[in-house]
Design a protein around this ligand. Structure first.
Ligand code: NI
Length: 165
C-alpha cells in the first residue's frame, strides 16, 4: 500500500453494503475505488456550496410562447455581465427552447443567479452544474470537477487547446 493511502473501517447497513457491492461488480471496480469516487464527489459538492471561484453550465428548457420569457432571460443574462461566458441556444421544437449557459464566478453568486433564471415563468427545466476552479487536495481531481476521472470521458467545458510541440 502506497504511503499516501490510509486504511479505515466502515460500518454500514448490510443491505446498503449489498447494494454497493452490486455497483462495484457492475463497474468491475473495488469497494475502495467506488467509495473514493463518492468521497471525492462529495468533497467537491461541499466545496461549491462555499463562495469559491467556479465554472459551470446552467441548462434551461423554456417555452418561448410564455409572455416576455425570452426578454426576461436575456435581460437577466446581461445583468450578470462577465459571469456569463457564453450561451448556446437550440430551438427544440415549435414551443420549446434549450439554452446552455456557461457561467464563471463565485459559486454562491452563480447559484443565486441560476435560481432566479430557473424560477422565471416559462422555464420548464433547469440544472446547474458547477466545478470549483480550485484543485481538490487530491492532485488526481484536476480542476476539482464533480465527476471522477476513473474512465475516459468528454468535458462539458471547453478546455484551452494544448500547445503544439
Ligand atoms: Ni428557440
Amino acid at each position: 500500500m502506497s504511503s499516501d493511502l490510509s486504511r479505515f473501517g466502515v460500518t454500514m447497513e448490510r443491505m446498503l453494503l449489498h447494494q454497493l457491492d452490486e455497483v462495484v461488480r457492475e463497474r468491475g471496480s473495488t469497494r475502495s475505488a467506488v467509495l473514493s469516487d463518492l468521497a471525492r464527489a462529495e468533497v467537491v459538492r461541499t466545496l461549491v456550496q462555499k463562495p469559491v471561484q467556479a465554472v459551470g453550465t446552467l441548462t434551461i428548457v423554456y417555452d418561448h410562447h410564455v409572455r416576455d420569457v425570452t426578454e426576461r432571460l436575456t435581460e437577466m443574462q446581461h445583468e450578470l455581465g462577465d459571469k456569463v461566458h457564453s450561451t448556446m441556444h437550440v430551438h427544440l421544437d415549435a414551443d420549446r427552447c434549450l439554452e446552455v449557459i456557461v457561467v464563471r464566478g463565485r459559486a454562491d453568486a452563480l447559484r443565486a443567479a441560476a435560481d432566479r433564471l430557473i424560477a422565471t415563468r416559462g422555464v420548464l427545466h433547469g440544472t446547474l452544474e458547477l466545478f470549483a476552479e480550485q484543485r481538490a487536495e487530491n492532485g488526481r481531481a484536476r480542476g476539482a470537477s464533480s465527476h471522477t476521472h476513473a474512465e475516459p470521458h468528454s468535458h462539458p467545458i471547453p478546455r484551452k487547446p494544448r500547445k503544439k510541440r
